[in-house]
Design a protein around this ligand. Structure first.
Ligand SMILES: Cc1cc2nc3c(=O)[nH]c(=O)nc-3n(C[C@H](O)[C@H](O)[C@H](O)COP(=O)(O)OP(=O)(O)OC[C@H]3O[C@@H](n4cnc5c(N)ncnc54)[C@H](O)[C@@H]3O)c2cc1C
Length: 281
């Protein structure tokens, strides 16, 4: 396919590691996405749907997967009854700004998360496990294109969420989220919750180097806390924020090694560490 490009870049993941992307394409319509998937199937190539890359770790110097960047039109459409239809390429912060300007309750705790709506819905993005709050608290339905059955489907949230940071889309590259409808309730806001959340993030989360936020969705926090400040190559566990890897290397190998090290420590303690970030090879 002519539209598939190869190039070297350090901007597709928030870890800012540099890779040679053997196959990269952008889709502006569902038909284009479909065409890329057909090409990938015919060429025995894995597909990776890329939102904003804030939860994506490319593991190899040369990335072989066909990386497909979501360039669908960004759109927020108001529907009756405090409901919104939002396209998957829209950024979280744009939805939150709309909610704030219209005095609506929302997932303001995601204000500092640099994600697309599609990525957040695929990942069941939310607050930490103990808070039991996720973007799905506001979701009514999701529209997605299913490559396997070659049709657009609409599912209600109860058919989508599988668990903490897990949905029927997590790590599955044949279902492209197109849009979602959200329902919000009215709320009187005294302070700007977006500003408040960003202040909280600055105080509590480590932005001193590129990162993808929390690394593991399930882990033994005794192990992770002991690793605070531990570094290898240009990657280090933050000494400020637990379960958070900071990266200054061009290569993703130091991050991969830190992750393996954590998994070995868990194995030795007969515990399980499950990754939150999505790895792509
Ligand atoms: C500073 C920082 C703070 C963060 N804080 C939080 C937090 O508080 N809570 C939290 O949950 N996460 C947090 N994250 C992680 C991350 O932002 C979320 O997982 C987010 O949902 C990823 O969105 P994205 O658009 O960047 O997705 P990407 O990283 O591009 O992709 C993530 C996954 O979603 C899939 N995907 C993306 N778009 C679509 C689509 N349209 N259809 C189907 N699948 C799709 C991808 O294939 C991949 O499997 C943080 C990250 C950073 C950098």
């Amino acid at each position: 396919m002519e539209s598939i490009k190869s190039f070297t870049d350090n901007n597709l993941s928030f870890y800012r590691t540099t890779h040679y992307f053997e196959q990269y394409g952008e889709f502006y319509t569902v038909d284009q996405f479909h065409e890329y998937c057909n090409w990938a199937k015919a060429n025995n190539t894995k597909v990776y749907i890329l939102g904003n890359g804030s939860n994506t770790l490319f593991t190899r110097k040369r990335v072989k997967s066909l990386v497909l960047k979501n360039k669908l039109h960004k759109k927020i459409t108001a529907l009756p009854g405090n409901r919104l239809e939002v396209s998957s390429s829209t950024l979280i912060i744009d939805v939150l700004k709309y909610c704030y300007e219209n005095s609506l309750e929302s997932f303001y705790y995601l204000a500092s998360v640099p994600a697309t709506i599609g990525g957040a819905l695929a990942m069941n993005a939310g607050r930490g496990r103990e808070h039991q709050l996720t973007i799905y608290d506001f979701v009514e339905t999701i529209n997605f294109f299913d490559f396997e059955s070659n049709c657009i489907k609409t599912f209600a949230r109860e058919d989508i969420v599988k668990g903490y940071r897990e949905t029927i889309f997590t790590g599955i590259q044949s279902r492209l989220i197109l849009s979602a409808t959200f329902k919000f309730t009215n709320l009187t806001l005294k302070k700007n919750p977006i500003v408040e959340r960003c202040k909280w993030s600055k105080t509590n989360q480590d932005y001193s180097a590129p990162n993808c936020g929390s690394v593991f969705k399930k882990a033994d926090f005794d192990i992770l806390n002991k690793l605070k400040g531990f570094s290898f190559g240009g990657a280090a566990f933050s000494s400020k924020t637990g379960n958070w890897i900071l990266n200054t290397s061009n290569s993703s190998i130091p991050i991969v090694i830190l992750i393996h090290f954590v998994k070995i420590l868990h194995f030795m303690k007969r515990e399980i560490a499950a990754l939150e970030i999505i790895t792509v090879d």
